[in-house]
Design a binder for this molecule. Sequence first.
Ligand code: ADP
Length: 639
Amino acid sequence: MGENQDREILGFQTEVRQLLHLMIHSLYSNKEIFLRELISNASDAADRLRFEALASPELLQEDPDLKIRIEYDDTAKTVALIDNGIGMSRAELVENLGTIAKSGTADFLQQMTGDEQKDAQLIGQFGVGFYSAFIVADRVEVESRRAGLPADQGVRWESDGQGEFSIENADLPERGTRVTLHLKDAESEFSESLRLETLIHKYSDHIAFPVLLSKAGDTDTEPKTVNSATALWTRSRSEISADEYKEFYKYLTHDFADPLCWSHNRVEGKKEYTSLLYIPANAPFDLWNREIPRGLKLYVQRVFIMDEAEQFLPLYLRFVKGIVDSADLPLNISREMLQRDPELSAMRKALTRRVLDMLSKMATNDPEDYEKFWNEFGQVVKEGFVEDQKNCEKLARLLRFASTHTGTDKQDQSLVDYVGRAGADQDKIYYILAENFATANASPHLEQLRKKGIEVLLLYERIDPWMVGHLSDFEGKAFQDIGRGQLTLPDAEGEITQQAMNDEHKPLLKRIKQVLKDRVEAVNVSQRLVESPACVVAGEQDPGPQLRRMLEASGQKLPESKPILEINVSHPLVMRLSAETDSSKFDELSEIVLDHALLAEGAQLHNPADYVRRMNNFLLGLEPQESEASDHQAEDAGD
Ligand code: ADP
């Protein structure tokens, strides 16, 4: 007969095996979502066929009414999802249901902890798709025939989800895909009519294709149409409930969590289009991979055209999900045409504004949600200052910072909050850049400002030095980096210039500069310090240590630059330095003061061993203390 000669047993890709295993364990309490995932796949398949049929109408002709059927058999305990969409060839089936195409999946799966709740969250963001069938089924059969291929080129795929699947050719009279789930004993509820009807209603009401429910083998009763089969975004806003919007989001993105907010708009006039944009609650695992395609799902006159149409929003809004349905774009539009279309830049501008407005509304009306948003996506929004200069004003209002006002690492202070507290006589917005929150919050640069009760924004994210380079002012107040150049404070008593202060301590400054001339640009008397003996600041034109590190990490070569050392002339250590008559001790102590200022910045010392040697000498040279132990040590050292 040779019927099975084409049968092959193949192994799942390692990532699929891991995913299957994790999913079955962690998603158990969300098991019913398999239905949403499979309906979503069926609807995508119908969308894709309709799209291909724009160029090849014959693909659709033999069976033009696109629909999704769900057939249950409560005796055999099976449920099948049948679509007459695009279908899959043998090669596509092996590829699509045996591997995971997303790059970075292996790394992503590594993050799984074994904690069911956390893993469920993570997998939810990843989108489980077809494989979720194995949460409720111990055997899944897929029969598929690619549109355009003859009946004898159908394929049958089967697996128990344990690591392998079989694939063989099959004669299939109908185009499209049938996925049959042989339910686990404990999950037989999913082969019951009533249970299914409720679920399908929930998961498919917003889908543009009819979903029909019928009992297997029952040819007498007409299948029941369970959904209203109108695409959600075509309905008017007032008719759509919050739950429906949320369900649609999950169907669209395969995300488990509800979105934080959405914005649904119809634009009429010269260009007509509808957009439905969502802000997710969680960042996807590959948010920082700037290479992978992302964007809105594009429809033209309700016909699906493409996924990930990235031309509608700037890259810094890559976390936004949703659809745009245009009435004017040609149905045969391609990515290349989109790039060139002059109409598109107006749409892009308007959609960008929509997103920014939606965020700003959330910030005002729902600060708690906004905080969640900021924690997930704040760093991406900051890219906007570089990418989208035109919207800087709007973006600035979306920023949230940690600040000395709260002194915690929670980024929950806005520029509006800051300016409101600053008072009219303060014409600057002060900020400090550091490697991390702790370094920023403990920086000696803050001492004088803290004492005077002047608030400083604490910036410590990688992108911050970049971002502040693009911030000029906010509500008339200029931004000032307190770790750079000369610091002018609002209530400076009289006009004491740096020059005048330096003149008072000229000999000391000169002596120190002489010792440290290779390491510092200048030595000044500080106006910033209260408790610390010294700090380093960057010159006005210097990129500063954070930006320098970032640029150098990206391979750029920058000219060497030296910091300015500032000393606190009323600090005992500096007074001691000033009184030091032994020149070698003076030199050593000067170096230590500079090293400490650098360490407090989170900087690395060029020669740590030198520092340790100097420091040990210095400690040994201290006056003997009253305790016996230190007497001993001092004596020993003296030998
Ligand atoms: P996703 O839908 O997120 O891409 P899935 O694991 O659900 O991931 O599906 C993998 C691929 O299998 C899909 O991208 C699609 O190409 C194909 N596929 C799944 N179900 C169907 C179907 N009913 N008809 C045609 N192709 C399908």
